[in-house]
Design a protein around this ligand. Structure first.
Ligand code: NAD
Length: 628
C-alpha cells in the first residue's frame, strides 16, 4: 500500500518561518550545527557562513548555512537562494545517507562554483536545471531532510510531487524530467509548457543531481581526443591544432583535454566570462587580445609541438569562416556551443548581453537567426573537412540545426560516438564518477589510489588518473571520473564501500554516471547514431535501464528527455548509488554496478556488435536469444 503525501505544504516539514528563512523541522537540524566537521578542517559548509545570499530577507537575517529549506513548499514570497553550498562531513542533516547524498548532490549542483547560472537554477548545457523553481528547490530540500528509509520521493520535472511508501531496497528518489508524448515533443510545445511552469529541462546530470563540474566531461573529452590521436595522429596530438567553439560547462573541458593529449587548441566563445572562468579553473591557458593574436599563438604552439590552449572572444559563425578564409592549419575541428537549443546559441550580430531578452521576446525570429548562423558555422566546419581536417559533431546537434538552417551538407561529418566511442560501449564501458560527501579532497586522493591498485594493467586509466590528480581543480564537492567497463564498476564500488566501512574515508561516497553511457540512451544524433541494426531511435533501452536500476537498488534513478541534443531527439536514464559502508549498500552496489553497464552489453549484443557478444560470452551476461 502506498501513502501519497504531496511535499508542498506537508505539515511534517515544520512550521513556516515568516522571516523568509526556514525553521528546522522537528527532530531535524539544519545548518552547521548538524555538520560534523572535526577540527573545522573538512567543513567548508560550516566555514563558509551564509549559504543564502543576495536576497533582501537573507540580508537582514542571521547567516544560515546549508539551510535554504522552507517549511512551506510553495515558497511564496521566499528569497531566491543563491550561494547554495552542500553540507560536508560525517554529520547527517537527513535521516539516512541515501537521502543525505541526494540532498547534498542537489545542493552541490547549484553551488556557484559548480553551476553555470545558479541564480536561475541552471547547472549546465544552456538551460539544464536542478529544480524547476526556487519554491520547488526549497521543498525538495525540506522533503529530502525528513524522508524515511522506506519512502520514495517523486520528482516531476524538477518539482517534488509526492512521497510514496516503498521499502529499503527501493530508490529514495525517482525522477522524470522533460518527458513529452511523441507528437508533442517539440521545442515550441516544451517552451509553452515550461512558460506555464509545468516542466523544466533537466539536461542529463543537472536534473538528476550528479553533475560534478567540468571535470565530469573532461575525462570523456580526453578519451575522445585520445581516440582522434590514435586514429589520425600517431597516438598524440603534439604538433596538431584543434579549432573549436563553446567554452561553457561541458565545452570548457575541450582545451584541457586537447593539451592533456599534447596538442594546441584555439577555442572561440561569444561570452568572455565563460573563457575567464576556464582560465580561473586552469582548463584554458589564456585569452587572446584578438583573433590575430589567437591565431599567431595557436599556430606557433602547433609548430613547436607544444601543449597550449588559447581562447578568443567572438561568434563562431563569424570566426570559423574567417579562420577557413585565412587558411589556418586546423587539424581537428569540432564544436560545443549550446547548439542543441537554438534559443541558447547566440546568432551573429546579436550581443551576448542582449541574447536572452531577444530569445524570450521573439523566440521564432531568434531561432531562425540562430539556425542561419549555425548553417554558416557548420559550412565552415565542412570547409575544414574538405581541406583534410578531422571533423566531428561533439554531441550538440549542430548538424541537424544547421540542416534546419538550410545548409545541405550538414551531415558531411560524423558524430563522435560512431566515430570513436562505440567500441567502448560494446564492452559496457562508460563514465563512472564518484563524489566525496566528506568534502575532503583527501578522500578522492585515497579513492584514486584504490582504483589504480584495482586496475594496474589499464594504462590509459593510469595516465588519466595521474593527469587528473595534477591538473583538475575541484568544483564544489571533490569528485573524480574515469571510464570503467562491465566487471570493473562493481569492483570499484565495493572497494569504496569497504573504505567507508573501515574509516579509511571520512564519509560516504556517491557513485553515479552521466546519462551518456553504454546502455542508457536512445539518441539518434549521438549515442545511438548509425547503430548496426538501424535501431537508433528505439527508446525502450533507456526505459529498461531505469527499471533495471530501480529493481537493483540504486539510491536515485531518473528518466529524462532531450539531454545534450534537444527536445525530440533523445530519451536517457541515470542512476546514482551511495556507498555508505553498510552491508546493505554493498549488496545494492554489486547489483547496480553490474546490471547498469550490463544493459550496455545487452543493448549492443542485440544490435549485432561482435565485440559486445564477446564481452557477454566472457562475463556470462545472459542473452536469452543466444541461449540454447
Ligand atoms: P553551456 O551553455 O554551458 O555553454 C555553451 C557555450 O556556447 C557558452 O559559453 C556560450 O557563450 C557559447 N556560445 C553560444 N553561442 C555561441 C556562438 N554563436 N559562438 C560562440 N560561442 C557561443 O553548454 P555546455 O554545457 O558547455 O554544453 C555545450 C553543448 O554540448 C550543448 O549543446 C550540450 O547539450 C552539448 N553536450 C555535449 C556532450 C558530449 O558528450 N559531447 C555532453 C553534454 C552536453
Amino acid at each position: 500500500m502506498s501513502t501519497i503525501s504531496p511535499a508542498p505544504g506537508a505539515p511534517e516539514h515544520g512550521p513556516r518561518d515568516t522571516r523568509g528563512q526556514d525553521a528546522p523541522s522537528p527532530g531535524v537540524t539544519h545548518g552547521p550545527a548538524a555538520v560534523d566537521t572535526p577540527g573545522g578542517a573538512d567543513g567548508p559548509a560550516a566555514a563558509s557562513g551564509p549559504t543564502v545570499a543576495d536576497s533582501p530577507a537573507a540580508a537582514t537575517s542571521p547567516p544560515v548555512a546549508n539551510s535554504p529549506t522552507v517549511a512551506d513548499g510553495r515558497g511564496a514570497g521566499r528569497p531566491r537562494a543563491t550561494g547554495v553550498k552542500a553540507p560536508t562531513g560525517r554529520g547527517l542533516t537527513a535521516r539516512g545517507w541515501p537521502q543525505e547524498a541526494a540532498l547534498r548532490m542537489l545542493m552541490n549542483n547549484l553551488d556557484p562554483d559548480v553551476a553555470e547560472r545558479p541564480e536561475d537554477l541552471v547547472v549546465y548545457g544552456g538551460t539544464g536545471k536542478a529544480a524547476r523553481d526556487w519554491p520547488s528547490f526549497h521543498a525538495l530540500v525540506g522533503t529530502l531532510t525528513t524522508l524515511g528509509d522506506d519512502e520514495t520521493l517523486l520528482v516531476q520535472s524538477g518539482r517534488p510531487v509526492g512521497v510514496v511508501r516503498t521499502h529499503e531496497w527501493a530508490p529514495r528518489v525517482l525522477i522524470a524530467n522533460a518527458n513529452l508524448v511523441g507528437d508533442w515533443a517539440t521545442w515550441p510545445e516544451f517552451r509553452r509548457l515550461e512558460a506555464l511552469g509545468l516542466t523544466m529541462y533537466g539536461q542529463m546530470t543537472a536534473g538528476s543531481w550528479i553533475y560534478i563540474g567540468t571535470q565530469g566531461i573532461l575525462q570523456g573529452t580526453y578519451e575522445t581526443f585520445a581516440a582522434v590521436a590514435a586514429k589520425r595522429f600517431g597516438n598524440t596530438l603534439a604538433g596538431t591544432l584543434t579549432v573549436t567553439a563553446g567554452c561553457g560547462g561541458m565545452g570548457g573541458a575541450q582545451p584541457l583535454a586537447v593539451t592533456m593529449n599534447g596538442g594546441a587548441c584555439l577555442i572561440v566563445d561569444v561570452d568572455p566570462t565563460r573563457l575567464q572562468r576556464r582560465v580561473a579553473t586552469r582548463y584554458l591557458d589564456e585569452i587572446a587580445d584578438d583573433l590575430d593574436d589567437a591565431v599567431e599563438k595557436a599556430v606557433r604552439a602547433r609548430e613547436q609541438r607544444r601543449a597550449y590552449s588559447v581562447g578568443v572572444v567572438g561568434n563562431a559563425a563569424t570566426v570559423l569562416p574567417e579562420l577557413l578564409r585565412r587558411g589556418v592549419p586546423a587539424d581537428i575541428v569540432t564544436d560545443q556551443t549550446s547548439a542543441h537549443d537554438p534559443l541558447s546559441y547566440v546568432p551573429e550580430g546579436v550581443a551576448v548581453e542582449d541574447a536572452r531578452a531577444f530569445a524570450a521576446a521573439e523566440p521564432e525570429e531568434y531561432t531562425r537567426r540562430a539556425r542561419a548562423s549555425m548553417a554558416r558555422h557548420v559550412e565552415a566546419m565542412v570547409g575544414f573537412l574538405d581541406a583534410g581536417a578531422e571533423v566531428f559533431d561533439y554531441g550538440n546537434s549542430i548538424r541537424s540545426e544547421a540542416a534546419l538552417g538550410g545548409y545541405e551538407r550538414a551531415f558531411a561529418f560524423p558524430g563522435f560516438v560512431p566515430a570513436y566511442i562505440r567500441p567502448l560501449f560494446c564492452e559496457g564501458k562508460g563514465p563512472f564518477r564518484w563524489v566525496a560527501l566528506s568534502g575532503d579532497p583527501a578522500d578522492i586522493a585515497a579513492t584514486d589510489r584504490a582504483v589504480l591498485e584495482l586496475f594496474p594493467e589499464n594504462e590509459s586509466l593510469t595516465r588519466w588518473l595521474r593527469l587528473a590528480g595534477e591538473k583538475v581543480a575541484f568544483q564544489g564537492l571533490p569528485a573524480r571520473i574515469c571510464w570503467l567497463g562491465y566487471g570493473e564498476r562493481d569492483r570499484a564500488g565495493l572497494r569504496f564501500n569497504e573504505m567507508v566501512a573501515s574509516g579509511e574515508l571520512k564519509a560516504p561516497i556517491v557513485i553515479g554516471r552521466d546519462h551518456l553511457d553504454c546502455g542508457s540512451v536512445a539518441s539518434p544524433y549521438r549515442e545511438t547514431e548509425g547503430m548496426l541494426d538501424g535501431s537508433d531511435a528505439i527508446a525502450d533501452w533507456p526505459l529498461l535501464n531505469a527499471l533495471v536500476n530501480t529493481a537493483s537498488g540504486a539510491s536515485w534513478v531518473s528518466i529524462h528527455h532531450g539531454g545534450g541534443v534537444g527536445i525530440g531527439r533523445s530519451i536517457h536514464a541515470g542512476q546514482v548509488s551511495v556507498a555508505d559502508g553498510t552491508p546493505l549498500a554493498a549488496q545494492k552496489l554489486e547489483r547496480v554496478l553490474t546490471n547498469d553497464p550490463g544493459m550496455g552489453v545487452i543493448r549492443h549484443v542485440d544490435a549485432g556488435y561482435e565485440a559486445a557478444e564477446r564481452v557477454a560470452r566472457e562475463h556470462g551476461v545472459r542473452i536469452p536469444m543466444r541461449e540454447g
